[in-house]
Design a protein around this ligand. Structure first.
Ligand SMILES: Nc1ncnc2c1ncn2[C@@H]1O[C@H](COP(=O)(O)OP(=O)(O)OP(=O)(O)O)[C@@H](O)[C@H]1O
Ligand SMILES: [Mg+2]
Length: 329
């Protein structure tokens, strides 16, 4: 995708199993510098495992990692000085305040100045409660503190495993603004998330992983456009005319469903061209009785991570339909 010199993070054929459980099955990622990269996948897909490998918390069975242009084997702590991370539930010293946690944690890396700590407490909205013991914090407040810790050393590369977990709407908006500002300032943000509309607003590039393998990776706009679909509903006698209009715009339209009264035609056209499609149809004297546009990240995600067609299995008592995709039982 990009020359390796401009990649902030890459992995090559990364494999990791926990005993007999395969977590990563040859994962190769390319994360260019200065972008927000959305790392997506169903539960159990291997996102946290990837984050733990990238910070040296665990070692891969095979494969390699490059961080900020250097090979990382898990022990180069100087590389990690330029990497900030929030992985699963962050752990703190519960009897210390948020401010003291930042001071102590900062002391283990490059020492953070008091001004920096004040700035971070303000950024994550904890200033008013900065003196309270962390053991008295709510879940979301701990998550906010975790984000502050990840930012403490002003990292060039930020690894965030579901940072929006537990945040209230204001916290989510602030996080989004912060991450966008960091990327605009040239930092790289690698973020896993389950909140797809959020990722759609935030990420420049997405990688989707399922069962430890990458299923797609690329600029978000390109992925959405490649999956985009516009559907128009016309009456049967207008099908030929409507097909011609769609063909001119895209190079092809196809009949999706047909009944005696109406026909749905679909074509691969980006959602933001819906008005243009409508105008072209009207220009040809065709008034569509229905027009639907779009592919969003959610439908792309669902399509790409769909489990294989299930074989016939007896229904287990108490099984909840739809909740077994991607999760090992
Ligand atoms: N410590 C562990 N011991 C055994 N298996 C593990 C361990 N940690 C993870 N796994 C397994 O590895 C696979 C990937 O797990 P991982 O936590 O990386 O997924 P994830 O993508 O972060 O999921 P989630 O969206 O639920 O956070 C799963 O099958 C999981 O059961
Ligand atoms: Mg996880």
């Amino acid at each position: 995708m990009t020359a390796s010199a401009t990649l902030a993070l890459s992995t090559t054929d990364l494999r990791k199993s926990y005993g007999r459980q395969m977590a990563l099955d040859g994962l190769s990622l390319e994360v260019p510098s200065g972008v927000v990269y959305g790392f997506l996948g169903p539960n159990g897909a291997g996102k946290t495992t990837t984050m733990r490998l990238l910070t040296g918390l665990i070692r891969p069975n095979s494969g390699s990692i490059s961080l900020l242009g250097r090979a990382f084997t898990g022990s180069q702590h100087d590389i990690l000085h330029d990497v900030g991370a929030l992985i699963e539930s962050p752990s703190f010293y519960p009897h210390l305040s948020a401010r003291d946690n930042l001071t102590v944690i900062g002391a283990t890396g490059r020492r953070a100045a008091k001004a920096r700590i004040d700035e971070l407490l303000e950024l994550v909205g904890l200033t008013d409660r900065a003196g309270d013991r962390v053991s008295r914090y709510s879940f979301g407040m701990k998550q906010r503190l975790g984000i502050a810790v990840a930012l403490l050393n002003d990292p060039k590369l930020l690894l965030l495993d579901e940072p929006a977990n537990g945040l209230d709407p204001v916290g989510i908006v602030n996080l989004r603004d912060t991450l966008k500002a960091l990327a605009a300032a040239g930092k790289t943000v690698f973020i896993s998330s389950h909140i797809l509309p959020e990722v759609q607003q935030l990420a420049d590039i997405v990688g989707i992983v399922a069962a430890g393998r990458l299923v797609t990776q690329g600029p978000l706009e390109e992925l959405l456009t490649s999956q985009a679909l516009i559907r128009v509903k016309v009456c049967p006698e207008e099908v030929a005319g409507a097909s011609e209009v769609l063909s001119k715009l895209t190079g092809g339209g196809s009949i999706e469903t047909q009944d005696p009264d109406a026909v749905w035609l679909s074509a691969r056209i980006a959602a933001n061209r819906a008005a243009e499609v409508n105008r072209a149809l009207v220009g040809a004297g065709i008034y569509a009785s229905g027009l639907e546009a779009g592919s969003d990240l959610e439908s792309l995600f669902l399509q790409l991570t769909a489990p294989p067609e299930p074989t016939m299995q007896p229904t287990r008592p108490g099984a909840i339909p739809g909740w077994n995709s991607g999760v090992e039982s």
